[in-house]
Ligand binder design. Structure first.
Ligand code: OGA
Ligand code: MN
Length: 292
């Protein structure tokens, strides 16, 4: 059966059925998924219970699977899965028990609660991210996605002119410092700051995107406070309800999203509930200022 797409509410999300992602992907299905990501940006595949190895193979069909975050920043985390290619974003400790709010595994994922595009702080960022839910929580724990193309389109003219030629400085620790996550100096400098135009063209759709997230540490050519306040306003604009889809997870859901056209954030949940999720990310092939 070929890939079947059913739009979900907002126009940048589709529910995708008809393919078993645990199997080796045929070229036709692969191309159909890329085209769907170009058209939508967020694809929800229900009922996909993949092993970590199958998840990596699926990701590999769309580019090189990223390992830099695991190697450079997440080395505090007891790597339960034992793979650099799969990030364990669960609240589960190395022994497989639910980790409490003060466990490092839990703390390090708190940064995901701010609007961000994966790897926006890296010179060579992330193209697609793939999240696969093993278990889901009752209360909260949604992942929300916002459409950066719609966010650009709904800017007022003065703001659009103001940001037209601006470059943002993105830093991994903009949020982690704010949260006072006690990372070492080596971790804080593991990723040098990246520079990105605040307005870019999404290659898949040819539409402009408002490229701003919680990693924006400064805006070049603006006083630091003014730039940081503007970044905050732009993020609030991006997160307006009409730009947002909220995904309530079911076990086996696999969500693939294009980081070049969206930001996302994880929502609060109750720490005693088991939220077991795995993530694979593919590396983009365009360095920061190459993306205009
Ligand atoms: C991520 C992320 C959000 C969530 O893994 O990149 O942002 O809801 N996750 O877990
Ligand atoms: Mn993320």
């Amino acid at each position: 059966m070929p890939l079947d797409l059913e739009p979900v509410g907002e126009e940048f999300v589709a529910r995708a059925t008809g393919v078993d992602l645990a199997r080796l992907l045929g070229e036709q299905d692969r191309q159909a998924i890329v085209a769907a990501c170009d058209r939508y940006a967020v694809l929800v595949f229900p009922g996909q219970h993949l092993t970590p190895e199958e998840l990596v193979r699926f990701g590999n069909a769309f580019g090189e699977v990223d390992t830099t975050l695991q190697k450079k920043l997440l080395n505090h985390v007891q790597n339960r899965l034992g793979m650099d290619t799969v990030t364990d974003i669960s609240n589960v400790d190395a022994e497989g028990r639910v980790a409490g709010p003060d466990h490092w595994q839990t703390i390090t994922t708190v940064g995901n609660r701010f609007w961000h595009s994966d790897g926006s702080y890296k010179d060579l960022p992330i193209r697609y991210s793939i999240l696969n839910a093993v278990t889901a929580v009752e209360y909260g724990g949604e992942t929300q996605y916002a459409d950066l193309r719609a966010a650009y389109d709904s800017l007022d003219d003065v703001t659009r002119d103001l940001i037209a030629d601006k470059v943002g400085v993105f830093w991994s620790h903009n949020t982690r410092d704010w949260l006072k996550i006690p990372d070492t100096e080596a971790e804080r400098s593991a990723f040098p700051k990246a520079r990105w135009p605040l307005v870019r063209t999404h290659p898949g759709s040819g539409r402009k995107v408002l490229w701003c997230d919680s990693k924006v540490w400064a805006i070049e050519g603006m006083p630091l406070p003014e730039g940081r306040a503007l970044a905050h306003e732009l993020i609030e604009h991006i997160g307006r309800r009409e730009h947002v889809y909220s995904h309530k997870w079911q076990p086996g859901d696999l969500v693939m999203y294009d980081n070049r056209a969206t930001v996302h954030r994880g929502r609060r949940f109750i720490h005693s509930e088991r939220r077991e999720m795995r993530r694979v990310e593919t590396t983009d092939d365009v360095h920061s200022l190459g993306y205009a």
